[in-house]
Design a protein around this ligand. Structure first.
Ligand code: ZN
Length: 232
């Protein structure tokens, strides 16, 4: 198994920052993305435009960046009943979780990513989950990720290391990390070239990027951008 890394790259701000983080550390980096019939399917188009732009802007990263694997995780849509997939209003459930929660999603994604990493001979798996200013998703928590890492290594007789560079930082600090990694060019690329909006609005332009401006993901992104500018 090589010292290479596989990045779970969704096309959002967090995973784009994680991709840059991995490219700054590992000689060989590949990406994986999942189609789970998400409402914000524009993410999938965005991620395919982002990669060549990243390569063009950062030739030293281009040399390290290998292939992209896109997997069908449509089983999540078949299970359904979440605002992330179906056209229903975003609201809080009785269990304290927003109905954008897709049960099992991150566990499934990490499992599929590890299977890809196993086949590709990549030791490191990088994911942008965060428990600082997240929506309370239990599968984004550090304890969950550590437990999944143990299960994957037991189940695949491997020594994967799951990295979560954003786990303990907020959205403003995530912009700061992008600035440290790739300067203003990377910040601008992530700003215009990634997608966070739950609704899938990639037409309305704001200073913090594209989105409806009203959904929880847009509000989080806008607030992080504003706080980063204030502190930068
Ligand atoms: Zn939105």
């Amino acid at each position: 198994m090589s010292d290479g890394a596989l990045v779970l790259f969704s096309g959002g701000q967090d995973s784009a920052t994680c991709l840059a983080w991995a490219l700054a550390r590992f000689e060989r980096v590949e990406t994986v993305g999942f189609d789970y019939r998400q409402r914000h399917r524009v993410e999938l188009d965005v991620r395919e435009k982002f990669l060549p732009e990243l390569r063009a802007l950062f030739p030293h990263w281009d040399a390290r960046l290998g292939g992209d694997t896109r997997l069908d995780a449509g089983a999540l849509a078949a299970i359904g009943n979440t605002a992330m997939i179906e056209n229903v209003a975003i609201e809080m459930g009785e269990n304290g979780l927003p109905n954008t929660f897709v049960p099992g999603r991150n566990i499934l994604f990490l499992t599929l990513a590890a299977a890809v990493a196993y086949r590709r001979g990549l030791k490191h798996i990088v994911t942008g989950v965060c428990e600082t200013d997240y929506s309370g998703y239990p599968d984004c928590r550090d304890d969950t990720i550590k437990a999944v890492q143990v299960a994957l290594n037991l189940g695949m007789e491997s020594r994967f290391v799951v990295h979560t560079p954003l786990m303990w930082i907020d959205k403003a600090q995530t912009w700061g990390m992008a600035m440290d990694l790739g300067g203003r060019a990377l910040v601008d690329l992530i700003n215009r070239g990634t997608h966070s909006c739950y609704i899938g609005d990639h037409e309305t332009r704001h200073d913090w990027g594209y989105g409806c401006g009203a959904c929880p993901a847009c509000q989080l992104r806008a607030d992080g951008w504003r706080r980063w500018l204030e502190g930068a």
